[in-house]
Design a protein around this ligand. Sequence first.
Ligand SMILES: C[S@@+](CC[C@H](N)C(=O)[O-])C[C@H]1O[C@@H](n2cnc3c(N)ncnc32)[C@H](O)[C@@H]1O
Length: 277
Amino acid sequence: MTGKGPIPDGAEATRPSVARVYDFLLGGHHNFAVDREFGRKLIEAEPNAREIVAENRAFLGRSVRHQVAAGIRQFIDLGSGIPTQRNVHEIAQAADPAARVVYVDNDPVAVAHSRHILRGNPGAAVIGEDMRDPEAILAHPDLRGLIDLAEPVGLLFVSVLHFLPDSDDPAGLVGGFARRLAPGSHVTISHVTHEPLPGTAAEVVKLYQRTTNPARTRTRGEILALFSGFELIEPGLVLMPLWRPDGPAPEHPERCWYYAGVGRKPAPQGTLRPLAR
Ligand SMILES: C[S@@+](CC[C@H](N)C(=O)[O-])C[C@H]1O[C@@H](n2cnc3c(N)ncnc32)[C@H](O)[C@@H]1O
């Protein structure tokens, strides 16, 4: 790694890892030579790669701020990565120091680095689990120590579901979490799509076959289907820069070939109280 410290057990140093390549693109130091070499190839294929990952982090921030404003005080960030820029706990705890965040990743470098930066923060934890195992994640004692599953949760699948093939049933996974979470919980999804730039997307997907996590793109319709158990809030599923931008809408949102959206778990039917007269 370019940073200090030992290489954690289980870290594969011969093939690029998506967590470490992403860290390289964000300007972090928790990556190996093989990741940096791969990152440079990615930038050759998509010269906007660094801007796109920065846009993804910006979307994550906008979504968390929206959820905090909507009253959410606990978050589960699945495939959380190697946090190098403003993280979920920083944003949520800046709004309310009592906010709680659990990060989940199956990359040993991501887990070790997250553990390091979360030292001394009683409201945040990281667990090294595969996101495809909601039972293990939601039963984990470190999660149960922070997250009250009877209260709404902000569930985040940011730039991660495209690492799951259809055979892993990503919509079923999101739906499985939805069933276990309280009404009012939110889900945030950002996902790569080939629709605006098919040639570039195909080249990047081909490159990712060499990594520890091959990726695939999906159509808007396929990504929409991932919001299983949740109802999209405004503005729906849109090209990522168009999701509640902080400033004026960008002129070329299609250069960021991601769809992004936030969904809310509705109250079960029949539980609404009659309006007072
Ligand atoms: C592109 S990074 C995104 C990081 C962060 N969510 C963000 O958007 O800034 C994808 C992350 O998902 C993790 N990941 C991929 N497949 C996973 C799985 N099955 N279970 C847990 N984490 C996974 C990778 O290790 C990596 O850290």
